[in-house]
Design a binder for this molecule. Structure first.
Ligand SMILES: C[S@@+](CC[C@H](N)C(=O)[O-])C[C@H]1O[C@@H](n2cnc3c(N)ncnc32)[C@H](O)[C@@H]1O
Length: 324
């Protein structure tokens, strides 16, 4: 298959090989790329850790200076008020966690089933796999905050993808279906209800049907693997459909969205039953044509505020996904 190294591809592939330490030239290149990426990731992590440590030290110093500048009595009051603030915050968090657990457990019983198909890790670079893992983390956090969460499934959750997901802090506690098996195996009895969402389908989703199971391709590929999910669904004899983007928006580029955008649109639609609002809230302005962008900018202040909110909420979501 294209994009993979040429080991085991017959004599004609041998010509392109240049052995070093038992690795072909392309495998060496791939290894080097992976090593560089891992080194960069470790460097970034160390930098973030250092920044966090410095910020903690700065706050501690600020607090100590404040305590030193007031009378004994004031100091006691400050310490007490800090303690009760912490307690309050912890109680709020624990209540929120309980509410989330309740909502997500209910979604497991009766929520819209949405599958993320993770059987494509062999087609992605380490950086793309990492990006997909981040997107899944974001999807989980968004779902957790929904009034009406979906019943999310991760299928084909093994190999490199599985390893990376399991490394996420708190992943073991996620209230989500985690399946090593493919959706075809795990949902064997539901084959007639499976609908693969793919931008290449001729069918358009009109409404979300609670008896159907919508599948999203877990792929970050800059559409390098064009049509791959459509082909897969056709070969498996399952239904396909695309989102009704063209009915509501003019896109400046292709209508192929990222995994987290598709999941977020589905979740918004479950709450609002309104495709237009769901698209406008999720699809970034730069992907939409001028006219559509202007329409959404009618109340410009509000829009930019919303963007800030979205940025904040993305940041918050990434932090939240480490908890249930
Ligand atoms: C980054 S895309 C992957 C594109 C990939 N080349 C393919 O053939 O599907 C991630 C996934 O989001 C879903 N998706 C993206 N855009 C979509 C659209 N306009 N309608 C329906 N599903 C879409 C598909 O399930 C797709 O596999």
């Amino acid at each position: 298959m294209e994009g993979r190294d040429n080991e085991g591809k017959g004599p004609e592939a041998e010509e392109g090989r240049n052995y070093c330490g038992g690795l072909s030239k392309s495998a060496q290149k791939k290894l080097l790329k992976q090593q560089k990426w891992e080194a960069k990731k470790a460097e970034k992590k160390a930098l973030e850790k250092e920044q966090k440590k410095r910020e903690g030290e700065r706050k501690r110093k600020e607090w100590e200076e404040r305590l030193a500048s007031v009378s004994e009595e004031e100091r006691g009051k400050l310490i007490e008020s800090r303690k009760s603030l912490r307690k309050e915050r912890m109680e709020q968090r624990s209540e929120e966690r309980e509410r989330n657990t309740e909502r997500l457990s209910r979604a497991k019983e009766c929520g819209q089933k949405i599958v993320i198909d993770l059987e494509f890790s062999h087609l992605m670079t380490p950086a793309e796999i990492n990006s997909l893992v981040q997107q899944i983390m974001y999807c989980y956090a968004v779902n957790k905050r929904c009034r009406e969460p979906g019943h999310l499934w991760l299928t084909g959750c093994k190999g490199e993808m599985g390893t990376q997901l399991k490394r996420l802090p708190g992943f073991d506690n996620w209230i989500i279906e985690k399946e090593d098996r493919s959706y075809m195996e795990a949902l064997e009895d539901e084959k007639r209800n499976l609908v693969y969402l793919t931008a290449d389908s001729e069918n358009v989703v009109d409404d979300l049907d609670s008896s159907k199971i919508y599948i999203v391709g877990g792929l970050v590929d800059r559409n390098r693997w064009k049509g791959i999910t459509m082909k897969k669904a056709e070969e498996q004899g399952i239904q396909t459909a695309k989102l009704p983007i063209a009915n509501y928006l003019n896109m400046s580029s292709s209508q192929v969205l990222t995994v987290n955008q598709v999941i977020e649109i589905l979740l918004k639609f479950l709450e609002t039953k309104n495709w237009k609002d769901s698209f406008f809230q999720v699809i970034p302005q730069r992907k939409r044509c001028q006219a559509d962008s202007e329409q959404s900018q009618q109340v410009k202040g509000v829009d930019s505020e919303e963007k800030n909110d979205q940025f904040e909420s993305k940041k918050q979501c990434a932090q939240d996904s480490t908890r249930i």
